[in-house]
Write a protein that binds this ligand. Structure first.
Ligand SMILES: [Zn+2]
Ligand SMILES: [Zn+2]
Length: 428
C-alpha cells in the first residue's frame, strides 16, 4: 500500500474532509444567515455602532500574558508560524479590538468607541465536545467608558437583535462579577468551597478546581449543577463600590422595563472580566453572552481601557430559530424565475434579467438546464410565485410570457412592458 492509498483509506474512514470539530454554514441555511446579518446591521445602525474588522491573526503573546496565570486563552490557542513572528488565530474579538484601539488612537475617533463586527473565532476545545473549535460570532463593544449606562445600552442592543429575529422564550440572565478589590476574597471562598465539594463534582471540574476554582460555574453536568446550588454567592462579597454600581445598574434595567433573572452562578473565569456578566438563552441554548472586561486591556497591553460588549453565537442562533420553526423566513420577498428555451432566448435573457434586477425584482434562473420541463421544476423547487418564459418565437416578436406558478395562467407582454407586467403579477 502506498502512503497515498493509506491516506485515502484513512480519509474514507473519517467520512469527511473537514478538520475535526468544526461546522460549515450550508446554502440551505443561507437565507437564515442573511436574516441574522440584517438584524445585526439594523440594530447597529439604530445605535450608531461603527463596523470594524481586524485580521484573524494577532501576535500570540497578547493572548498568553504571563502576569496573570488565570488568563484563560493560552491552552486553547491555535498557534500559527509567521515570518519571524509567533501568531495566534484570534480566540475572541475584544483583544484585537483593543489592540486596534491603541494602535490607531481610536479614542479620538469616538469616545466612547462603539463598534461591531462579524467573523470566526478559534479556540481548541479540550473537554467539552459539544463546543466547536471554530465559531462564528457577531460582536458589539463599547470601548473607553465604564458608566453602567453603556452596560444597559449593550443589553438593549442584544434584546433588540433577539426581538428582530423573533426568537421565542428568550430569557436574560444577569450577575455581577465584582472587581479587583472584592473578587479576590470571593475567589478564596470558592476555592475552599470547591475543595470541600471535590467528591460531589464531575471528574473534569474536580481535577480543575484547585487551579481554576470558578470553572465549575460553566459546567453543564448534572453533578456540578447540584454543587452550584450550594455555592456561596458573589453578592455577599461585593465591595461598596461594586454594590453601588450594581444598584445603579439594576435601577436602570428596571426603569427600562427589562425583564431579567438574577443568576449568581454566572461567574466569568477570566480575571479580565469584572462587574456585569449576562447571558441570553432560549430553549436551553445560550445565544449571546456579554459583560464588562475593564481589566483585559491592562493585562494584555498594559493600558487601562474600560470595555463592555456582547457576542452572538451564529451557529446556535440558527439552531434555535430552526427548532422554533423558521418564522423569520416567512416574510421573504417575492421572486421571479426566468425560463428560456433555445440559444437566442438564452442570449436575450441576459439583458432582460438585468432590467428586472435593476428595477428591484429578485430574479432567479437555471440556464444550465436545457429542457423547459427541468427549468419549470427548478422554479417550483425555488417556490417562485411567478415565472417568465422566453422561446425562439418570443425573441423574434420581442415578447415574453408571464406565468402564474400557482394557477398556471399565462399572459404575453412586450419586452418594454415586462417589468410592469411582472410587478403587477407579483402584487396579485
Ligand atoms: Zn468590587
Ligand atoms: Zn463539572
Amino acid at each position: 500500500m502506498t502512503t497515498q492509498e493509506k491516506k485515502k483509506g484513512k480519509r474514507e474512514k473519517e467520512d469527511t474532509l473537514s478538520p475535526k470539530n468544526v461546522l460549515d454554514i450550508l446554502p440551505k441555511d443561507g437565507d437564515l444567515w442573511k436574516e441574522i446579518g440584517r438584524a445585526m446591521f439594523g440594530v447597529a445602525e439604530l445605535h450608531n455602532f461603527h463596523f470594524m474588522e481586524t485580521p484573524v491573526i494577532e501576535r500570540a503573546e497578547f493572548f498568553e500574558t504571563k502576569q496573570n496565570k488565570e488568563f484563560p486563552f493560552k491552552k486553547h490557542l491555535y498557534i500559527v508560524k509567521g515570518k519571524g513572528e509567533r501568531l495566534a488565530l484570534r480566540p475572541n474579538y475584544i483583544l484585537p479590538f483593543l489592540r486596534s484601539y491603541i494602535d490607531h488612537h481610536l479614542g479620538y475617533f469616538a469616545s466612547p468607541l462603539k463598534v461591531f463586527s462579524y467573523g470566526q473565532i478559534f479556540s481548541i476545545k479540550h473537554s467539552n465536545e459539544q463546543e466547536k473549535n471554530v465559531s462564528r460570532e457577531w460582536v458589539f463593544h463599547v470601548i473607553g467608558d465604564n458608566d453602567p449606562i453603556y452596560d444597559v445600552e449593550i443589553i438593549h442592543a442584544t434584546l433588540e437583535v433577539v426581538k428582530a429575529l423573533k426568537i421565542k422564550d428568550a430569557s436574560l440572565l444577569i450577575n455581577i462579577n465584582g472587581c479587583r478589590t472584592c473578587r479576590g476574597a470571593y475567589r478564596e471562598k470558592i476555592k475552599s468551597f470547591t475543595g470541600s465539594k471535590k467528591g460531589e463534582m464531575c471528574s473534569h471540574c474536580a481535577h480543575l478546581c484547585e487551579k481554576d476554582p470558578f470553572a465549575f460555574f460553566d459546567c453543564v453536568s448534572e453533578k456540578c449543577a447540584v454543587v452550584k446550588k450550594d455555592a456561596p454567592t458573589v453578592l455577599d462579597y461585593l465591595c461598596q463600590s461594586c454594590n453601588n454600581y450594581f444598584k445603579n445598574l439594576l435601577e436602570l434595567i428596571e426603569d427600562n422595563g427589562i425583564l431579567y433573572e438574577l443568576t449568581p452562578s454566572l461567574i466569568r473565569k477570566s480575571e479580565g472580566s469584572n462587574r456585569l456578566a449576562f447571558s441570553v438563552r432560549s430553549l436551553g441554548i445560550e445565544l449571546a453572552m456579554g459583560g464588562r472586561h475593564d481589566y483585559i486591556s491592562e493585562m494584555a497591553f498594559k493600558r487601562q481601557i474600560a470595555a463592555v460588549g456582547v457576542s452572538f453565537f451564529v451557529d446556535r442562533i440558527i439552531q434555535a430559530i430552526q427548532l422554533q420553526g423558521n418564522q423569520i423566513l416567512t416574510k421573504q420577498k417575492p421572486k421571479v424565475f426566468f425560463i428560456v428555451v433555445g440559444d437566442q432566448a438564452k442570449k436575450a435573457s441576459v439583458r432582460l434579467m438585468h432590467i428586472l434586477r435593476s428595477s428591484g425584482v429578485i430574479t432567479m434562473e437555471a440556464l444550465g438546464k436545457k429542457s423547459l420541463k427541468m427549468q419549470l421544476k427548478a422554479a417550483e423547487k425555488a417556490k417562485a410565485p411567478v415565472a417568465v418564459l422566453l422561446g425562439q418565437k418570443e425573441v423574434f416578436e420581442e415578447t415574453a410570457i408571464i406565468r402564474d406558478m400557482d394557477t398556471g395562467a399565462q399572459e404575453t407582454v412586450t419586452f418594454a412592458g415586462l417589468v410592469e407586467g411582472v410587478k403587477k403579477k407579483l402584487k396579485s
